[in-house]
Design a protein around this ligand. Structure first.
Ligand SMILES: O=C(CO)[C@@H](O)[C@H](O)COP(=O)(O)O
Length: 214
């Protein structure tokens, strides 16, 4: 079954606890947390303190997406704050293999993220090492953008790549995911879908999660 990871970037930060509990009870599989530093992406959002504050309010895995320059510097902080999956951008890592293993050595799952314009070949030599590949279907930095359809073939390519190494890597897609684009992602081989606006802008979040899951 497809997993759903609601992105709290679209939640109401003044009632973050309630917004997390609601999607937890509504059938979410992960809680997606977007960390932005104003350097790697043109927006500033959440740091380890917020991850730590959120941690006691759900037992769901915290799926933390680091959109930051020099992520190696902050791996320890986010693990201590309670991240269960820590994903770094291939574009932000000089020594991607080293960063992935530094995450895994801390006892959490490691993910690698690719921007829409980055070819999947970049991760060919680390796909055996990661637990998750996150393909961005928007240019990262903001919620509420339109899905970039030209990323769909990349989902199929990563699916093939993971099958070749006979390794059960999760393939996650993030950006502009709604019930229509979710179907395209599932058909292409994604098994974890991140959605912000398509869940948090809906009155009935449980129904929104079910619709995206398909
Ligand atoms: O990482 C990001 C944006 O950079 C995403 O996680 C967005 O938060 C998804 O929001 P929607 O496109 O689903 O509204």
């Amino acid at each position: 079954m497809t997993k759903i990871s609601p992105s709290i970037l679209s939640a109401d930060f003044a009632s973050l606890k309630e917004d997390i509990i609601e999607v937890d009870k509504g059938g979410a599989d992960y809680i997606h947390i977007d960390v932005m530093d104003g350097h790697f992406v043109p927006n500033i959002t959440i740091g380890p303190m917020i991850v730590e504050a959120v941690r006691p309010h759900t037992d769901l895995p915290l799926d933390v997406h680091l959109m930051i320059a020099d992520p190696d510097k902050y791996v320890d902080d986010f693990v201590k704050a309670g991240a269960d999956i820590l994903s770094v951008h291939a574009e932000a890592c000089t020594h991607l293999h080293r960063t992935i293993h530094a995450i895994k050595e801390k006892g959490v799952k490691a993910g690698v993220v690719l921007n829409p314009a980055t070819p999947v070949e970049v991760i060919k030599h680390v796909v055996e090492d990661v637990d998750l590949v996150l393909l961005m279907t928007v240019n990262p930095g903001f919620g509420g953008q339109s899905f970039i359809h030209s990323v769909l073939p990349k989902i199929r390519e990563v699916r093939k790549m993971t099958e070749q190494v006979d390794h059960s890597v999760e393939i996650e897609v993030d950006g502009g995911v709604n019930k229509e684009t979710a179907r395209l992602c599932r058909e292409a081989g994604a098994n974890v879908l991140v959605a912000g606006s398509a869940i948090y802008k809906e009155e009935d979040r449980k129904a929104a999660i079910a619709a995206i899951r398909g």
